[in-house]
Design a protein. Structure first.
Length: 431
């Protein structure tokens, strides 16, 4: 495998856009078997060139550490042999999913005699901008190919060598299956002006999907002439209702769930940020929060919860106002005491929109929570870590959208398609 040289002079972003638009015309006509074949070959290439990919990644990680990149970004950047093998499995999983392209819906015959339906088709050309996560390169390539979309990828400068190695694997798979290299392209130039170029390519790119921090999303929204699908950032809340603390078994379940929510992958966008505790549940807080402390979580608590934790001998620091509405992406969580479900709902309305959870044994409280909370995902007695394309049966995801148009929540295959009307007649004319 010969990787692209990240130091060579790259083509212009417009060049990539022209190639992507040409490739999109080929991709939208592929049948499911052809797309599956490309994905199976990609999985094989990832296995065959694992050593080169991991070597390139080690180089990126070493340079990122030397540059002082935060721990959360290093965690997202690092690829292990197990993680790379899991990526190949994800590609195979996408190939096994139902292909939404070509579905006819809303079919009917009108009084005029013409037959109408809506045909599901690819969006066209996607631009995906992301930081640190080399897995996104493969996940997005797989989802784009399966939906017949071309994609232009722009990872952060910290992923340049890993992405060059991954792009070589992708291009090898495309070439083996007779598909154009323009189907998946990576912008290797680290200059941020290339991001701006992509955001302004509205004559060639159909949608921009940023994956990164709030600053990246704001930059895209403020500078793009291409439609931007915003997502992947937001504060995750868990509300602990008093009814979930009456049974010691439920207290244990709550502790285990919160450890999963915070500790399994603290750098993930669906990891716990703020625990809202009903005042009546405070007696159970030491048993629940103690599990987080034992896992190394830094707790920042309001006065009521802080008093309970300190009385139990548990470490915690006073929460500042800025600890609420904060996406930590690290082993840090804030605690806030509330006197009612109503107060919890008001707090989430002010700070949430990503993933919010209620732990309760009161069905009426659960129904009210689900109806009132206006977030991309709402969960009852389940970890927020389930807000994930793979966990929700979508296969790999391109992003988790927190906006309402045109997709919301994890964006899998169907969310990378749109529809067009098909009208069939027999010489029919409009009266």
């Amino acid at each position: 495998m010969t990787g692209a040289d990240p130091t060579s002079t790259p083509p212009t972003v417009r060049d990539l856009g022209v190639r992507a638009r040409q490739a999109a015309r080929t991709l939208r006509s592929l049948d499911t078997a052809q797309k599956q074949a490309a994905l199976h070959r990609l999985a094989q290439e990832l296995h065959a060139h694992a050593d080169q990919i991991l070597g390139a990644n080690a180089r990126d990680v070493q340079q990122a550490e030397a540059a002082g990149l935060p721990a959360a970004m290093l965690d997202r950047l690092r690829l292990s042999p197990a993680a790379l093998a899991a990526l190949a499995l994800d590609v195979q999983a996408v190939a096994a999913l139902p292909d939404p392209v070509g579905e006819h819906t809303a079919a009917r015959t009108l009084p005029s005699g013409v037959r109408v339906s809506q045909l599901r088709v690819p969006l066209g050309v996607l631009g995906v901008i992301y930081e640190s996560r080399p897995n996104v390169t493969v996940d997005v390539a797989a989802l784009a190919l399966m939906t017949g979309n071309a994609v232009i990828l722009r990872g952060g400068k910290e992923t340049v060598h890993t992405n060059a190695a991954l792009e070589s694997c992708i291009h090898a798979a495309l070439d083996a299956c007779g598909l154009p290299a323009g189907a998946v392209q990576v912008i290797h130039d680290p200059d941020r002006e290339r991001v701006r170029d992509l955001l302004r390519l509205d004559d060639l790119v159909d949608a921009i999907i940023p994956r990164g921090g709030a600053g990246l999303h704001r930059y895209c929204v403020e500078n793009a002439t291409v439609p931007v699908i915003v997502g992947g950032i937001g504060v995750v809340h868990v509300y602990l209702d008093e009814s979930f603390t009456h049974d010691p078994a439920d207290v244990q379940r709550a502790a285990e769930l919160l450890v999963n929510a915070k500790v399994q992958k603290p750098s993930a966008c669906n990891a716990l940020d703020t625990l809202l505790v009903h005042r009546g549940a405070l007696p159970a807080l030491p048993a629940i929060a103690g599990a987080l402390v034992r896992e190394g979580v830094d707790l920042r608590a309001d006065p009521a919860s802080l008093e309970v934790l300190h009385a139990a001998g548990l470490p915690a620091t006073p929460a500042a106002d800025t600890d609420y509405g904060q996406e930590f992406l690290a082993l840090t969580a804030s605690l806030r005491t509330v006197d009612s479900l109503e107060e919890a709902l008001d707090f989430i309305a002010a700070h949430g929109n990503h993933t919010d959870v209620i732990l309760t044994r009161d069905d009426a409280q659960a129904r009210r929570f689900v109806q009132d909370v206006d977030s991309a995902a709402v969960m009852v007695n389940a970890s927020p870590r389930f807000n994930d394309g793979g966990q929700l049966g979508l296969g790999a995801e391109v992003a988790i959208s927190t906006q309402k148009l045109h997709a919301r929540g994890p964006m899998g295959l169907r969310e990378l398609t749109t529809t067009k009307w098909v009208v069939e007649g027999d010489g029919h004319v409009r009266a």
